[in-house]
Each structure stands twice: as C-alpha cells, then as structure tokens.
Design a protein around this ligand. Structure first.
Ligand SMILES: NC(=O)c1ccc[n+]([C@@H]2O[C@H](COP(=O)([O-])OP(=O)(O)OC[C@H]3O[C@@H](n4cnc5c(N)ncnc54)[C@H](OP(=O)(O)O)[C@@H]3O)[C@@H](O)[C@H]2O)c1
Length: 166
C-alpha cells in the first residue's frame, strides 16, 4: 500500500485558489524529511503549484494527468501517467515499492488514491479557515495517533498519523 502526506485544517481544507492555505516552515521541513528519496504521486494542479512548477529534487515525481504531454512533464521534472492503472504499471516497471510511494495531493488525487493507502501523515492545523479544496473523509478503518500540539507564527498544529487496521 502507498502512503499519503497532507496538511489539513480542522474543516478538512487543504488549499485555496491553487495554493496551500498555510505556510508553516516546520511542516515544510517535515514534508521534506518524510519524502526524501521517495516517489511522489501528484495531480497536475499540484505539480503546477510547486515552486517553478516542477517536481521536487531528490525524489521521483509522477504526475497524474490526461492533458499534460509527456514532453511537458519531462521539462517539469516529472513522468506523466494517465490513470491509476498507468500509475501502478509505471511503479511496477521501475520496481518502485508501494511502501516508498507517497501521494502528495491535491484534493482530486487524495480522493482517487486513498483506497490504495494504508498510512496517512496528516499535519492537522488547528484552525477552521475556509478553502476551496478538501482532503477526503478518512475512513473508519484508520486509527489515529495524535502528535503533540506545536505552534509556529501563532498557528497551532500537530503531526498526526493514521494507520489502516485491517
Ligand atoms: N495541504 C496540502 O497538503 C496540499 C497538498 C497538495 C495540494 N494542495 C492544494 O490542493 C489544490 C490542488 O488540488 P486539486 O484537487 O485542484 O488538483 P490535483 O488533485 O492536484 O490535480 C487535479 C488534476 O489531476 C488530474 N487527474 C485527476 N484525476 C485523474 C485521473 N483519474 N486520471 C488522470 N489524471 C487525473 C487531472 O489533470 P488533467 O486535467 O490534466 O487531466 C486533474 O485536473 C491546490 O490548492 C494545492 O495547493 C494542498
């Protein structure tokens, strides 16, 4: 099974206007540590929202898109796959284990791939700001291990972890 990592507020929002809702430096560092050397799977909107609109260095970047050309994906430092089947074919062909594969968003892609994830690294931001993109409902077969409450620039958050129990 794959893993997912996301920064999600108490109202389940993850983004607004194509951008993140919060810029928490410690969370960026946490994301970099957890995903270093791993394979990242993201939607086209998320790839375009990254700095320079390119994949993250030191990681294999895979973008799900029906519209982006292979050439454009390459220029953006990513490999494009057209659907879930294409994603699994790519991972298998490159002998990349699902355990080392992280779903990094956005809303559409978390919804699409949550059924294939067994571990969720959720930075829970303890605020209720309204955005336009949400993390899907986390099914009941995940158990939550809450992190301690931290604070950065007046924003409280926790590094939570959800594990699928079945
Ligand atoms: N807080 C967080 O942790 C976090 C993380 C990531 C992103 N975000 C935020 O989330 C927002 C972006 O999320 P989003 O839902 O708008 O977009 P997204 O999930 O990043 O990308 C959506 C695109 O992915 C492609 N796609 C979706 N389903 C597909 C499928 N079954 N097969 C092939 N391609 C598929 C489509 O591209 P085509 O149209 O090209 O087919 C679709 O337009 C931004 O605000 C971003 O900042 C937040």
């Amino acid at each position: 099974m794959m893993k997912a990592i996301a920064a999600v507020n108490l109202a389940d929002y993850i983004g607004k206007g194509g951008e993140l809702l919060y810029a928490i430096k410690e969370d960026m560092r946490y994301f970099a540590t957890v995903t270093k050397g791993k394979t990242l799977v993201m939607g086209r909107n998320t790839l375009l929202s990254l700095p320079g609109g390119t994949g993250l260095k030191g990681r294999v970047n895979v973008v799900l898109s029906r519209s982006m050309s292979e050439e454009e994906a390459t220029v953006r430092g990513a490999t494009v796959v057209r659907d879930v089947k294409g994603l699994f074919a790519y991972l298998s062909q490159r002998t990349i284990s699902l355990e080392d594969t992280y779903v990094i968003g956005g809303g559409e892609i978390y919804s699409l791939l949550l059924p294939y994830c067994d571990t969720l690294y959720i930075t829970r931001i303890l605020r209720e700001d309204v955005g336009d993109t949400r993390f899907p409902m986390i099914p009941m077969d995940f158990i939550l291990t809450e992190g301690e409450v931290r604070e950065s620039d007046g924003i409280s958050y926790r590094f939570d972890r959800y594990d699928r129990v079945r």
